[in-house]
Design a protein. Structure first.
Length: 106
């Protein structure tokens, strides 16, 4: 194997690896929405609609709190859903809420 063909081979391997990594990241960002019945969601009191949160069970919840205004939310402000590190590989509704809510810094 000559130096030239070895160099080409190594560049092809690197390009293939980068393509695979980008595809994995894209699929993680476009994962399924977390259902209100998801076991992790139930444990955190997640609701896809913040107005449907049980006020008796979560007295500190405010109607103005939602995933889009949470520090953990990884979507953009205009997105209907986005990633959340608490729900790996899945997305949460921007209008959702869970008990791990932490107001995003201004």
């Amino acid at each position: 194997m000559t130096t030239s063909s070895r160099r080409v081979f190594m560049m092809q391997v690197a390009a293939a690896g980068a393509t695979g990594l980008m595809a994995a990241r894209a699929s993680a960002q476009t994962g399924a929405l977390v259902a209100d019945t998801d076991p992790q969601g139930v444990a955190l009191g997640y609701k896809s609609d913040t107005t449907k949160v049980d006020a008796a069970k979560y007295p500190k919840h405010l109607a103005t709190q939602n995933c889009a205004s949470c520090a953990l939310y990884q979507g953009k402000a205009a997105d209907k859903a986005g990633g959340c590190p608490l729900f790996a590989g899945k997305q949460v509704a921007a209008t959702g809420w869970c008990s791990a809510y932490a107001k995003k810094a201004a």
